[in-house]
Design a protein around this ligand. Structure first.
Ligand code: SAM
Length: 265
């Protein structure tokens, strides 16, 4: 497949009625949750190792950039944070490292296997009592309205079936004045880098996945799903449409990833 056709796959156009995309495949809307679930069930035990291998450790710098922009309160005031699609806890642990002693983080993910790895990591650290793990869908979070001071979602939102529903639910669970922050793969904004990135991601990532986990398919989905995610500006407009104010984004590594921020008024 040429670089040009990778670009053509980043469509902002909706699928036909009753269907959605799963990577470059078109699937029935109702099937996507299970397909995504199966991907992350399969990769859970090697997820953290694969993140380091695939990104050469870059995902750590991107996650720190998210925490820097979030800038959680370091003093003693209570701070309730939800990290949705929080998987193995990477964002949660970084928030707790940075925030004050009265910060509490809820990690919510649809996949109990990913959460299981996260719980084991939390037990091995010193966060007990300050982090909890909950199984739930980003589109219908199992929490009351206006529960959290901040909501993060890192490399998660492109996996949900209806991005608009996940954004609406983010708005619902945030307190007025609460912050929404998303970290996601995005559209490369540097001429020349896109071709190198496409060659690397389509050529190498499924292969690395195959070596490490014995199956390259979940990683083929990963690279394809990145290409299907809306561009920075289109995603910004979706966040605004969900009701968030002062929506901004920042590119990371030339737009390979981007962070979007918004506020619930
Ligand atoms: N946030 C973690 C990180 O940055 O390392 C994990 C990201 S991982 C690429 C994507 C996560 O999204 C998986 O743990 C998956 O189970 C979760 N996920 C996918 N669809 C979801 C949904 N509808 N609701 C909640 N979590 C979902």
């Amino acid at each position: 497949m040429s670089t040009q056709s990778f670009k053509e796959d980043r469509t902002d156009t909706p699928e036909s009625e009753g269907t959605t995309h799963f990577g470059f495949k078109t699937v029935a809307e109702g099937d996507k949750v299970k397909l995504v679930h199966d991907v992350f069930e399969q990769v859970a035990s090697r997820y953290d190792l694969m993140n380091d291998l695939m990104s050469g450790g870059l995902h750590r710098a991107w996650k720190l950039a998210l925490i820097d922009w979030l800038n959680p309160p370091r003093g003693g005031r209570p701070y309730a944070h939800i990290d949705v699609a929080g998987g193995t806890g990477d964002i949660a642990f970084r928030v707790l490292d940075r925030a004050g002693p009265n910060a509490h983080v809820t990690v919510c993910d649809i996949n109990s296997h990913m959460l299981g790895v996260g719980k084991a990591r939390a037990e091995a650290q010193t966060f007990s009592g300050r982090v909890e793990f909950a199984c739930g869908d980003a589109e219908a979070l199992p929490f009351p309205d206006r529960s959290f001071d901040a909501y993060t979602i890192a490399f998660g939102i492109r996996n949900v079936t209806h991005i608009e529903k996940a954004l609406a639910d983010a708005y619902r669970v945030l307190k007025p004045g609460g912050r929404f922050l998303c970290l996601e793969f995005s559209q490369v904004a540097v001429p020349g880098l896109d071709a190198i990135y496409d060659t690397y991601s389509f050529g190498a990532i499924p292969q690395i996945g195959k070596w490490v986990t014995g199956d390259g398919e979940p990683y083929q989905y990963l690279v394809e799903s990145i290409r299907r995610f809306p561009s920075q500006d289109r995603f910004k407009a979706m966040i605004e449409a969900a009701g968030f104010a002062r929506v901004q984004y920042r590119n990371l590594t030339g737009g390979i990833a981007a962070m979007h921020s918004g506020w619930r008024l």
